[in-house]
Write a protein that binds this ligand. Structure first.
Ligand code: GDP
Ligand code: MN
Length: 384
């Protein structure tokens, strides 16, 4: 689960990383009151959209206001704004910082290497992916052994490799402490700045917590509760489904993460783009199918749906039965291609055949099914 910037800021403050004074507001008038508290009429105030996505600045979600009255107007403009599919329900008002230099620092889990990695650059502020692409030598990557952690020596190594200011060392150690103590998979500060006064301040923060550790980090609540509760991911997670939104047009449902991942590749190989990852696991019940289908159907960019199931302990006839009963509970509005293979596949296919639906088709191979779903998605796109 990602934290909002204001939550990350709170953590930074608790661990002794310098952050600007800030307040959160959900309405224009609350923003004005917050701005008054922050002495906006004398110092100005930065109004920042609280959404769980980056690039808010470029999207117009980070603005400087000259005083409390201006902050109210700016907050009203930003509240309700859509930033990359995220509606702004909250703004954070922060005391402006006089920036001398911007840096990038993060600690992230490197699953491939089974360790953590520090990524840091003296070219902060911009999206780090762009810096890494244009000038890879400007981005330092330093492995961090989880057992050793960020010692003074390790911090000095990162500072040296990235060309950070000397005062960044202690900040790196605190950020590492946050990552470990809070069970985070990512702690990112972009930009970390040196102020005109020479202080090192975190001006933005992104923290991703490890959902597997939620049982001991309960205070953050359920994933994406509140501001993001309208999203498909929140809806799926409320139904206990393992769903990730992608940016294509073929909805994908399968059983088992490995099979779903390969299905995404096969869809892409057929010239279409998957709209999501959805693993229904061993669950083939009508309810799980109905839940999965309704989440995928709720995505307006989906043009066709591919259900790819390899029957194991849950046999294909049970899955087919689940699909038929699910279609009795929800209204199918987009073409659905089903491929059943494995345990009791023949029986499963017969069940689907015996219960025809004008929008449901079957294919017996994964390639054939993906090709058909891709075809349906692209022809639908051509009509639309
Ligand atoms: P993002 O665009 O979502 O990454 O949002 P940020 O919080 O990083 O804000 C965007 C940019 O606004 C930062 O990279 C800074 O350059 C700038 N910015 C934000 N707050 C301040 C501030 O207090 N003072 C100055 N000078 N710039 C700021
Ligand atoms: Mn930023």
């Amino acid at each position: 689960m990602d934290l909002f910037e204001h939550q990350a800021r709170e953590l930074f403050e608790r661990y002794g990383v310098l952050v600007p004074e800030a307040e959160v507001a959900e309405t224009g008038s609350a923003a004005r009151e917050a701005a008054v508290k922050l002495d906006a009429d004398r110092r100005g105030v930065v109004v920042k959209a609280q959404v769980k996505t980056g690039g808010r600045g470029k999207a117009g979600g980070v603005k400087l206001a000259s005083g409390a009255a201006a902050a109210e107007i700016t907050a009203r403009q930003i509240l309700g704004m859509d930033i990359k599919g995220h509606t702004v329900h909250k703004v954070m008002l922060a005391q402006p910082v006089e920036v001398d230099q911007e840096y990038y620092v993060s600690f992230v889990l490197d699953r491939a290497q089974g360790q953590f990695i520090a990524i840091a650059s003296a070219e902060g502020g911009m999206e780090i992916e762009e810096v890494a692409e244009a000038r890879p030598e400007a981005v330092a990557r330093v492995p961090v052994d989880p057992a050793e952690g960020v010692t003074a020596e390790k911090a000095a190594e990162i500072v040296e490799a990235a060309g950070l200011p000397a005062g960044a060392g202690p900040v790196l150690r605190k950020l590492w402490q946050i990552l470990r103590s809070e069970d985070a998979l990512l702690v990112e500060v972009n930009p970390l700045v040196r102020t005109v006064g020479g202080e090192i301040v975190a001006l933005d923060g992104k923290v991703t917590l490890d959902d597997n550790a939620r049982f001991r980090q309960a205070r953050w609540g359920e994933p994406d509760e509140g501001a993001d509760s309208g999203s498909l991911e929140a809806l799926a997670s409320a139904k206990g489904l393992n769903y990730v939104k992608l940016d294509g047009e073929v909805g994908v449902i399968g059983n088992g993460a490995g099979l779903v991942m390969s299905t995404l590749d096969v869809v892409a190989g057929c010239g279409a783009k998957p709209a999501n990852f959805l693993d229904i696991g061993g669950g083939a019940s009508a309810q799980v199918m109905a839940d999965g289908l309704s989440v995928v159907l709720g995505d307006p960019s989906v043009k066709s749906i591919l259900v790819n199931v390899f029957g194991g302990i849950t046999a294909c006839d049970a899955v087919a039965d689940g699909i038929i009963r699910a279609l009795g509970r929800i209204r199918l509005t987009k073409p659905l291609v089903v491929r059943l293979d494995g345990n009791n596949a023949v029986r499963g296919r017969e069940i689907l055949q015996a219960n025809p639906h004008p929008l449901l088709e079957q294919r017996t191979t994964m390639d054939g099914a993906a090709r058909r779903a891709a075809e349906l998605a692209t022809s639908a796109a051509a009509i639309a």
